[in-house]
Design a protein around this ligand. Structure first.
Ligand code: ADP
Ligand code: MG
Length: 209
């Protein structure tokens, strides 16, 4: 796999498309344990991202990812904006000025994204957040040499992580105000994280076939 800047922009546009498609679903999840805006926040942020990166095909991959991050920070009002924004900015720093990305870059950039979210949000696994989907995926990606099958396994781990959020009490973010009443509900942020990983996997799979 080799993804150049134009192809990276296509992958990010696919993520934006899938976020848009799941806008109402994410908002519905957030209405049960938050303030009913996660889908609205994410779709607003990624709409701005799509516009911003449309002219960046001649820029390096790190600059594109950093622009995604800065755009999310500046356009998303909710907690998810700074968290995902930091994730993309850290991913951009990790790949630097590369003009193309390979399979081996995926664990590096997702690990940097995870560390960014942890640094910004101070959450650990088991607190019903984005981390519950992202960390298991990164653990899989770091477990053996990178290929498309490992990427598929990582996406499955993220999906299991989303399921896991249903059985735990929220300890971070708005949902934590609910305490035990957050039990039984799927976390919106873990869900949007799974959607983004799944979109990325699909985009890479399509390119490899
Ligand atoms: P807000 O809670 O400000 O309305 P959103 O609704 O857009 O923001 O995002 C809510 C999601 O943010 C939650 O479902 C959770 O996954 C995630 N989240 C909240 N706080 C944290 C944190 N400290 N670390 C990681 N993720 C978090
Ligand atoms: Mg919300």
């Amino acid at each position: 796999m080799a993804v150049n800047s134009a192809e990276l922009i296509e992958i990010i546009n696919l993520i934006a498309h899938d976020i848009q498609k799941n806008r109402d679903f994410l908002t519905e999840l957030d209405s049960a344990i938050g303030d009913a805006d996660h889908g609205i926040n994410m779709s607003k942020g990624f709409k701005a991202v799509t516009e911003k990166i449309s002219t960046m095909a001649d820029k390096d991959c790190g600059s594109i990812l950093k622009t995604v991050g800065m755009t999310l920070v500046s356009t998303v009002g909710g907690a998810s904006g700074p968290l995902y924004g930091t994730a993309f900015m850290r991913a951009g720093q990790a790949v630097g000025d590369k003009q193309q990305l390979g399979f081996e870059d995926i664990p590096i950039l997702l690990d940097a994204a995870l560390e960014g979210i942890k640094m910004r949000g101070k959450a650990v696994k088991g607190e019903k957040t984005i981390i519950d989907a992202l960390e298991p995926a990164v653990e899989v990606l770091k477990s053996s040499p990178m290929d498309i099958k490992l990427m598929n396994a990582a996406v499955k781990a993220a999906k299991d992580g989303v399921e896991y959020t249903k059985g735990i009490i929220a300890k971070k973010g708005r949902a934590s105000y609910l305490g035990e009443r957050s039990l039984g509900h799927q976390d919106p942020g873990a869900t949007s994280c799974y959607i983004m990983l799944s979109s990325t996997y699909k985009a890479i799979l399509d390119r490899n076939n």
